[in-house]
Design a protein around this ligand. Structure first.
Ligand SMILES: [Zn+2]
Length: 300
């Protein structure tokens, strides 16, 4: 499994104090009480809960890259299409990352691509980009030269991200109560199934149900280590039932569609004024890598 990128780190600067970077944007945030109702255990169905074909592949809920575990089974077609078409947007959203990005400035000719860019925040509210993996060495030269730099990025698509969450929430409900019948469930499945017909990501149809979900993100350490927990959000307006995924993301079981959320996500362009480069060494990263398992001594 691909490792999760670090959420937070501390950098010891050559000059000045340490620079602490976190995944959580600083500033006031809305907090809503959440009640955990029941930890859901894996439940296998003979038929795919989404399309009804024989269920032949193990399914992680939520996706493994968010920390999900094998919770149920779906058919290979559902498993593969949702993975290919939706997962990258969900993971980018969860990791606070941009998949496609490029830098450009007068210092170096051409537009220079980077690997995935992680967006992290300093405690005083400035954002810092961390390229994950390899990137064109010219990007370093562009930033070292300073001055006006254009950064172009593709943020995660809201519709695809929400569809991925809808699928995990729906599978969670199936695990809890069995595969639901009736018109609302049929409509939900129809919006999920429409994804499978898309040839590429850009063709994934807009899902009013997915966009109408209430989604809340918990920052910091996970509320629980369990993959899927039936939970209830308790805002002043009344309780909202749903699932808590990976101890971090609450997704409501009900949806209220609003036209205002249909805006497609486009590329964003930032004009940056880059100052003098800062050098330093990474001192700590969070989450810390799992401790090595103690090796049991064998008997000769
Ligand atoms: Zn299926």
């Amino acid at each position: 499994m691909r490792k999760r990128p670090p959420e937070a780190m501390s950098v010891n600067r050559a000059h000045g104090g340490p620079l602490n970077l976190g995944i959580e944007p600083p500033g006031p945030m809305e907090t809503v009480p959440l009640r955990l109702i029941e930890v859901l255990c894996p439940r296998m169905f003979a038929h795919c809960p989404i399309c009804g074909d024989p269920a032949t592949t193990e399914e992680h809920v939520p996706p493994q890259r968010l920390g999900g575990t094998r919770m149920t089974r779906t058919c290979a077609r559902c498993n593969n299409s949702f993975g290919t078409l939706l997962e990258a947007d969900l993971v980018d959203w969860f990791d606070e990352a941009w998949s496609t990005s490029s830098f450009q400035s007068d210092a170096i000719p051409g537009r220079r691509q980077t690997s995935r860019l992680l967006r992290r925040w300093t405690s005083d509210g400035q954002f810092v980009f961390l390229p994950e993996g390899r990137c064109d060495p010219a990007v370093g030269e562009i930033l070292a030269a300073g001055g006006d730099v254009t950064l172009e990025v593709s943020p995660p698509d809201q519709n695809r991200c929400r569809l991925a969450l809808l699928k995990s929430m729906y599978l969670g409900l199936c695990i809890k109560a069995g595969i639901p019948e009736g018109e609302p469930a049929d409509r939900l499945r129809a919006e999920l199934l429409a994804v499978r017909d898309a040839k590429r990501k850009a063709d994934v149809p807009v899902s009013p149900i997915a966009l109408g979900l209430t989604v809340l993100r918990h920052w910091g350490d996970p509320i629980t280590e369990e993959s899927v927990v039936l939970a209830e959000l308790l805002p002043e307006t009344g309780p909202v039932l749903g699932t808590l995924l990976a101890g971090r993301v609450f997704v409501s079981a009900s949806s209220s569609w609003s036209e205002a959320t249909t805006e497609p996500t486009e590329r964003l362009v930032y004009q940056l004024r880059v100052g003098a480069p800062v050098s330093g060494e990474v001192a700590t990263v969070h989450p810390e890598p799992p401790p090595k398992r103690a090796r049991r001594r064998g008997h000769a």
